[in-house]
Design a binder for this molecule. Structure first.
Ligand SMILES: [Zn+2]
Length: 63
């Protein structure tokens, strides 16, 4: 399986779709990625299960 997994998320600010890559070797991660459309920092939380499925949650900065 590919280590990098392409994931789509909706920006919590403007609702536009963003695509980013998840590194599946890291089981739990949290980071900020700027929205491609409104450039606000999206709080992204990712959990990777044993079979490589990614669960992605997005929050706005003030959540
Ligand atoms: Zn946005």
């Amino acid at each position: 399986m590919n280590v990098l997994h392409e994931t789509r998320i909706d920006c919590p600010y403007c609702g536009e779709e963003n695509t980013f890559l998840v590194d599946r070797t890291i089981k739990e991660q949290q980071y900020f990625e700027d929205c491609e459309v409104c450039c606000r920092p999206i709080d992204i939380r990712v959990r990777v299960s044993a079979n490589g499925d990614c669960q992605v949650e997005v929050h706005s900065e003030d959540d």
